[in-house]
Design a protein around this ligand. Structure first.
Ligand code: MG
Length: 388
């Protein structure tokens, strides 16, 4: 078997929302299709991939480096041992040939887009939902049928006040979510506390509300916010400072008693390992949010889980960033603690299949081969129109 073609497109997910660091008025994603010569149900198997929100499309890197390397490779160098499927690890090595270590930049995003499409194809060729394939290969067959998800939103938005924020959170609760997350750090502390209290009045329990500063604060500000947040007993305090400032996290962790969450902007196993080594995170409460697409794909995420397993951290501390079906499959198949969700943002790439509503804060997965894109009509329609 072989890869017949790989194509990529750029799609817009622009919106006027803003967090403490960036706005999304020009946000894009890369979408890739990996076409194989394997036939299932009378058609060639095609795997699809795209990058999570927050980093931009990677068309240039894909076209100039990563796609040509796969196209030029002899199929015998990326087939599985039995010769009947793709080997995502061998393909990863082919994509990363002649790339120096460190300095990951956003090449990790480009590689992650192809990696998602490869895993989608691998599971389709094996006629399994991806989460069952992952459970069978890497988790002793144990797959979760339903996964904890929380509703991420609460962005800053022109003309959006407390009332609109409450309305948004109410929609999430009505849709079946129990836990919600809002942005902080894009307004003065007093105003953010007012936003937090307005949402707490809806969810009643601090454990059902997380806040996200998107890496905005210096240590003094992170501590000032931490002191103000501590009495609320929030679910977690996310990305208080620069994702690579491990000392800031270590200092904050000695003072802020509640869970700290971070990791969505660490794009390699080595950066994540440094986080565990140097950021003073507490394995009994803190949350690790590495994104399995932005950080070189699932092949690299499996390396991260290896590090985690070797350092006494439980996988249920992992709740990936991204809010899409791929990360949901990984959470269900590899025993993670949950997955992010953006019920009203980044459509159609965010969100889950049409027939698996969120109930009591959990969501199931469709029993179709692959990641499940074909069970999410708005997404598969958009993907097919991009490649038409
Ligand atoms: Mg975040």
């Amino acid at each position: 078997m072989k890869i017949v073609d790989i194509v990529e497109r750029t799609a817009s997910i622009a919106s006027p929302i803003r967090n403490a660091y960036i706005d999304f008025r020009r946000m894009t994603v890369s979408v890739a299709a990996v076409v194989t010569d394997v036939v299932r149900d009378g058609k060639p198997v095609v795997g699809y991939g795209f990058n999570s929100n927050g980093r931009y499309a990677q068309g240039c890197l894909l076209r100039e480096r990563f796609i040509p390397r796969v196209r030029e490779a002899d199929p015998s160098t990326y087939m599985s041992e039995a010769g009947d499927n793709l080997d995502p690890f061998r393909l990863w090595d082919i994509m990363m040939a002649n790339e120096k270590p460190g300095g990951h930049g956003e090449r990790s995003v480009a590689v992650g887009v192809i990696d998602m499409a490869v895993w989608d194809a691998v599971a389709k060729i094996e006629r399994k939902p991806l989460y069952r394939l992952l459970a069978d290969r890497y988790n002793g067959g144990a797959a979760a049928s339903r996964v904890f998800v929380y509703a991420a939103g609460g962005y800053y938005y022109p003309g959006k006040g407390t009332r609109e924020l409450q309305d948004e959170m109410s929609r999430y609760l009505d849709a079946g979510y129990r836990t919600v997350k809002i942005k902080i750090g894009g307004a003065p502390l007093a105003e953010d506390l007012g936003r937090i209290e307005s949402v707490l009045s809806l969810v009643s329990d601090g454990d059902r509300l997380a806040v996200d500063a998107n890496g905005r604060f210096d240590l003094d500000t992170a501590v000032a916010y931490g002191d103000a947040l501590a009495p609320y007993g929030l679910r977690w305090y996310e990305e208080p400072g620069d994702p690579l400032d491990y000392q800031l996290h270590a200092d904050l962790a000695t003072r802020y008693p509640g869970p700290i969450a971070t990791g969505e902007n660490l794009f390699s196993m080595q950066d994540m390992r440094n986080l565990l080594r140097h950021a003073g995170l507490r394995r009994d409460r803190d949350i690790l949010q590495m994104d399995p697409v932005l950080s070189y794909g699932l092949v690299e995420y499996l390396r991260m889980l290896n590090v985690l397993d070797g350092t006494g951290w439980s996988r249920d501390r992992c709740i990936p960033h991204g809010g899409h079906q791929f990360a949901l499959n990984i959470a269900a198949g590899l025993g993670l603690g949950g997955n992010e969700s953006y019920p009203e943002m980044f459509a159609p790439f965010g969100g889950f299949s049409d027939d698996t509503p969120v109930e009591n804060g959990r969501v199931g997965l469709p029993e179709i081969p692959g990641v499940g894109f074909e069970a999410k009509s708005d997404l598969i329609d958009r993907i097919r129109s991009l490649f038409a």
